[in-house]
Design a binder for this molecule. Sequence first.
Ligand code: GMT
Length: 376
Amino acid sequence: MKIGIVCYPTFGGSGVVATELGMALSKRGHEIHFITYKQPVRLEQLSSNIYYHEVNVPEYPLFHYQPYELALSSKLVDTIKLYGIDLLHVHYAIPHAYAGYMAKKMLREEGIDIPMVTTLHGTDITLVGNHPFYKPAVTFSINKSDVVTSVSQSLKEDTLKLFEIEKEIKVIPNFIDISKRDNPFTECQRGLMAEGDEKIVTHISNFRKVKRIDDVVKIFYNIQKEMKAKLIMVGEGPEVSTAKQLVNELGIAKRVMFLGESNEINKILCFSDLFLLPSETESFGLAALEAMINGVPVISSNAGGLPEVNKDGFSGYLSDVGDVEDMAKNALAILKDKETLQQFKNNAKEMASKFDINAIVPLYEEVYEKALQPVK
Ligand code: GMT
């Protein structure tokens, strides 16, 4: 199959899922065309059946806002025609499903029918898409997609609650490539980050408000009162400076490292003992899954799809959003002794292996087959 994938090329979860999916599909013999404004960060290499097509938006002084979806839909039309692409898979409704639908309509005028699969990722529904400025266009583009998927049951329910959806939504959870995570870093270079008896606590995100970064710092503050520990903060975003400020106010600057964006997530997770994800909302929590497959237990909130990923009392613990005290108490319960920590590490890996890429990618292939069937 020739598949066009539209996604955000950044470190965000939706872009990571789209890129990993495209790479896995290419290994299964499909021809993959990524169509976006920058080469996706997780795209390891372009190969004979992986292509990347850049969307350029020419600057023009008249445009107060550069018309990205116009440029994207034109690029889609050209690329689909040039390469004979069979199907479009758009990740994140805004503006990808909208631009995809316009491309579909333009191609129809030329006698080309291209089905569009839309995958909903979370913030496109719960945070941004539901805004009155976007809602009619998001509702329209979801309903006009040939197949709609969501990354968790919780996101499906939110979508049905927030929008007037006429389409069936199929849940296909996010996934992880276990083979890539058989950690090659046997030594884990733990010594780079902490002293022998220090525990390493990690948080990875895009540092937006929804991640409740202050809670991450406060949970860690409570942990380090009871045991020697370091906090590693990975990622960039608007909340980094307030987090740094809080770290200074609490007098724990020596114990907290801000690493910025990183392409060495597995290396970092290899020497981590615990992962913190106290988000306000989280449709799935890919970062938690990535931690778990590296054998890192997760202390998270119970928001959105997190309970579908992190099993309370097994792969980590779940608490109500904002209940920093409970999260710290649970963290200490995991870290308190070697045996308990090892048990949670094993459990985290076991739970994560349920989301193996080899089980999930065929579900997308089924969806593509369905979308390609002519409408009766
Ligand atoms: O978490 C973010 O802010 C990024 C966002 C994205 O669209 O990239 O992540 C969403 O999609 C991920 C991949 O499906 C999910 O794992 C995240 O839970 C989801 N984020 C939220 O719902 C806040």
